[in-house]
Design a protein. Sequence first.
Length: 92
Amino acid sequence: MTKSDMVEKIYEKIGFSKKESAELVEMVFDIIKNTLETGEKIKIAGFGNFVVKEKADRRGRNPQTGEEIVISARKILTFKPSQVLKASINAK
């Protein structure tokens, strides 16, 4: 599903104009993005949790040359689905 698919679903189900639906989708994504950028966790009941985690430096290996390299520290985004979402997916 793409953003435009989401806009279309909101347009069909709620009756907002396509422009209003697009603005709504953009606002929701902006709120999620800004919240995650500050390092806060997002918990959506019945859906799941989005969490930004820190990964430390680590040693790795270039698979082509076998040379050891250092993989720099970075932040990663993880998603853990709720039990409700897992049950819903597995029921169908």
